[in-house]
Design a protein around this ligand. Structure first.
Ligand code: OGA
Ligand code: NI
Length: 343
């Protein structure tokens, strides 16, 4: 089993040459019931996704199933216009969104919409390949030309899309982190050491009530800038209820992960979220994660801790944080207990 994880992770790393250093983040199949992660999962999914019924292995136990599939659109996560010029106001809006929801969407964010569209087409084209072609593509040397990076069949001559897309999204990620750092009054310099682009694909599902695209989880990264395209599926858990994240044209969905909750000493919340499937259309999304390097200490910022604000979390190198994250699997209470100073 362990070597399966290792191989899967190696595959992810190989495919996305954007990954920088080694990381311990291990994809967990129990977290991803109905997500097609590159060719390994796609083999499994595509072999039956035209069938009428969901194979047993994808059926979740009743308590893990999505429950009500249609949830109210009211109380949606904040949409923040980054094109505004009042920086203080922007910082305030972002901080409030991170405190209350752990999630927000951004518009007028500066990433050209044609680049977003082109990148999404490349991601969709990749996932539309046959399992065999995907296996060929993903086995290629990622440091030379390969489909996902340079795009399209004739990738030797086509212009690059995913590289420039990632560069733009990276800029956006750091800009948002700068706003957060100013809002908290702490420096986040040096916190980010790795970037990962993860392209998710959720094929149409014969019975969305029995499974999930992505199980309830909190991201173990600093921040995720998600291109979710125009298909519903993402939901955020808030006050014991699921809130739908409405697809907005040309917007990015931004969410902060657990490490920022620790660094802010609980001021900001990393929210749990999940993906539900639908029976009509495939959904392709791209997560762009910024995460710390393995040795970076994840701990409450010193200036946020004093006699009346005790440190709520232990100080741990990121790699040890990840070990605890993986050990807690999807149990957020167990994770909180493992990281908290008070238990
Ligand atoms: C993730 C994630 C949401 C989506 O990749 O961690 O939460 O809509 N993705 O694909
Ligand atoms: Ni996530």
């Amino acid at each position: 089993m362990l070597s399966f994880f290792k191989n899967l992770w190696k595959l992810l790393k190989d495919l996305y040459k954007l990954l920088v250093a080694d990381t311990l983040f291990t994809p967990q199949p129990f977290l991803f019931p109905y997500r097609s992660e590159l060719q390994v999962m796609e083999h499994l999914v595509s072999s039956w996704c035209n069938d009428r019924s969901l194979p047993e292995s994808y059926i979740l136990p009743p308590e893990k199933r999505p429950g009500k599939l249609t949830v109210p659109l009211a109380n949606n996560i904040p949409v923040i216009d980054l094109g505004g010029h009042d920086q203080t106001d922007l910082i305030q809006q972002i901080l409030e969104a991170c405190q209350e929801f752990g999630f927000f969407q951004v518009i007028n964010h500066g990433v050209p919409s044609n680049l977003m569209d082109e990148a999404m087409s490349v991601f969709k084209e990749f996932h539309a390949l046959s399992g065999k072609d995907k296996a060929i593509e993903t086995s290629k040397d990622p440091n030379k030309s390969c489909f996902i990076y340079t795009s399209r069949a004739n990738y030797a001559t086509e212009k690059e899309v995913v590289g420039p897309y990632t560069a733009e999204v990276r800029k956006l990620g750091f800009r948002i982190l700068e706003f957060i750092s100013q809002g908290l009054g702490i420096s986040l310099d040096g916190l980010v050491g790795n970037q990962t682009l993860l392209v998710n694909h959720y094929p149409p599902c014969p019975d969305p009530s029995l499974t999930l695209g992505l199980g309830k989880h909190m991201d173990p990264v600093v921040i995720n800038i998600l291109l979710q395209s125009d298909v519903y599926g993402l939901q955020v858990f808030k006050d014991e209820e699921w809130i739908v994240v409405e697809p907005i044209p040309n917007a990015f969905v931004v969410n902060i992960g657990y490490p920022l909750q620790i660094i802010s000493n609980g001021k900001l919340k990393g929210a749990e979220h999940r993906v539900v499937t639908n029976s009509n259309v495939a959904r392709t999304t791209a997560s762009y994660f910024l995460s710390p390097s393995n040795e970076t200490l994840i701990e409450p910022a010193k200036s946020l801790v004093d006699a009346s604000h005790l440190a709520l979390y232990k100080s741990l190198p990121y790699k040890d944080f990840l070990i605890k994250y993986v050990a807690a699997s999807t149990d957020s209470k167990a994770l909180e207990e493992a990281l908290s100073t008070t238990v």
